[in-house]
Design a binder for this molecule. Sequence first.
Ligand code: SF4
Length: 342
Amino acid sequence: MKSLAKHWRPLGENRVECELCPHHCKLKEGQFGICGVRKNEGGKLVTFTYGTLISAAVDPIEKKPLYHFLPGHLTFTIATPGCNFRCLGCQNWEISQVPPKTADKTPFFLETYVPPSAIVKKALESGSKSISFSYTEPTIYFEYMYEIAKLAKGEGLKTVVVSNAFISESALEELLEVIDAFSYDLKFFSDSAYRKYAGGKLEPVLDTIKKTFQAGKWVEITTLLVPKYLDYKQLEDIAFWIKDELAPWVPWHVSRFFPYYKAQELPPTPLEMVEFAVGVGKKAGLYYVYAGNIPHTDWENTYCPSCGKLLIERFGFSLLQYNLKEGGYCPYCGRKIEGVFQ
Ligand code: SF4
């Protein structure tokens, strides 16, 4: 559904500047932004994806991935189309890389409308403890996400954002009012790699992650190990940045890459690179380093950083063992494990 957007300003002569993400698109009358879902119409910025659901499913929270936020619970997950990045290897490119709407051709999904109250109702009926905004880039359906999250909180549901962290400061501040947990991608530690692979920039991503963490929200970081664009030096920089700028207890997920979309010429991540990433995370002093897309390795499990005992054993997105005491305490040494466990 088309509706008036938030976070923009008029520039005069019917031009507008979108202030939702660091692209800061300056749009003439009739122009769409880089995300393809926000447009200048008559000197006002409108969004075309308010309530235009393109995906909805009940997922384990481990799929986001969030390993320290109510482990083992279900989360009702939604998306509307579009993204402000252009990742060459996007796994969800069919729903994230939508072409801009044109006057004579309206993609089918833009005709649908699902009100925020219906999403909250469905989430409650599904037995989920939270609503997650994921699959595409939630930043660019900001208005819809915000309304759903506000209603969800009133019903006792938690809220989760899975994002590229490419959002403006003003929009982030508003979002922090209604979101409990964030699973952020930190794709590279090189501005040039961000630009070439994703059409993004490094600094705004780092700023967003840091501000979210400083606001006291639960944050976990994921790095997809994309060969050729991500090198060993960047992995080291990311691990030390998490430890020094956030905290050693912030979970870091390193995930094996497989070629999709426009990255068919890239190989899957070599296992040595996954091993190096896990090792460098531990060497940097991070307590919780996890490897994804390699089911059934020891790298999926949570161990107590004090006594080293197994606390949560995972197999893919399932929990095989959950040994934490109520409130998230190690049953062996009594250490409080960082996270949200109740
Ligand atoms: S949200 Fe879309 S229109 Fe707004 S600045 Fe970002 S890419 Fe441009």
